[in-house]
Design a protein around this ligand. Structure first.
Ligand code: SAM
Length: 218
């Protein structure tokens, strides 16, 4: 994939339209909308597909994976209520677009990807754009115990169930956002850790993610 970092009036205009569309679709968090308005999403695409970058769709990024739909990124980001300095674990780095949104919101991000090609590509590209998360390669279905505990954990692939090991890596008062369901569709689930073994679970809207594959997943 050939990368080119040019942000012209055409892309800036398309980005503004995308933000308006997300607002219409119900995204209210102005900080999330501002982050999406700032990050050049076309940088995550080969130049041939720049005309697809500001459509509200998921798009193939190689290795059978996708860059998530902007609405989904905005939805999960809004649910996380990111505060400056939050320590966030992201499972499923993919293109790194969601990672950049979290960084724009002021989080310290730990992100893990199990596909080696994607991991290598994103680890190389993000710093060029000025984004510096902590990159990990491996199976994120077990979380990352060595950097735990986290204020927030976001899973960007569909899980068959909530991995308990992840819950134990949340701080008290910490929040997990994870899509849970079968291969066809998943409910977005938020789980707040309120005590050592006490958790509050809420089920929200239905989405369709690529599967979370691993020891504690499919
Ligand atoms: N948010 C990303 C973006 O905007 O590009 C999209 C992520 S994509 C929908 C889901 C990613 O999760 C894929 O890159 C996939 O390889 C990764 N994934 C699946 N199972 C995983 C696991 N156990 N550990 C780490 N990454 C995993």
């Amino acid at each position: 994939m050939a990368y080119k970092f040019i942000d012209n009036y055409r892309e800036k205009g398309a980005r503004k339209q995308l933000v308006k569309l997300l607002e219409k679709r119900g995204i209210q968090d102005q900080r999330v909308l501002a982050a999406i308005g700032k990050i050049p999403r076309h940088y995550f695409f080969d130049e041939t597909f720049w005309n697809q970058a500001y459509r509200d769709i998921a798009f193939p990024i190689g290795d059978g994976q996708t860059i998530s739909q902007p609405y989904t990124v905005a939805y999960q980001s809004e649910l996380l209520h990111v505060r400056k300095g939050d320590k966030i674990l992201e499972i499923g780095t993919g293109s790194g677009y969601q990672t950049c949104v979290l960084l724009e919101l002021g989080a310290e991000v730990f992100t893990i990807e199990r596909q080696e090609n994607l991991y290598n590509r994103t680890k190389m590209v993000l710093p060029y754009m000025g984004y510096h998360p902590n990159f990990y390669y491996g199976d994120g279905s077990k979380g990352i115990a060595s950097s735990a505990p986290y204020d927030k954990i976001i899973v960007t692939a569909g899980a068959p169930l909530v991995p308990e090991i992840m819950l134990k890596q949340l701080k008290f008062g910490g929040l997990l956002v994870i899509p849970v369901g079968d291969e066809k569709e998943q409910k977005m689930v938020t789980i707040l850790r309120v005590g050592e073994n006490d958790f509050e679970r809420i089920e929200l809207d239905t989405f369709r993610f690529v599967p979370l594959v691993g020891d504690q997943a499919w």
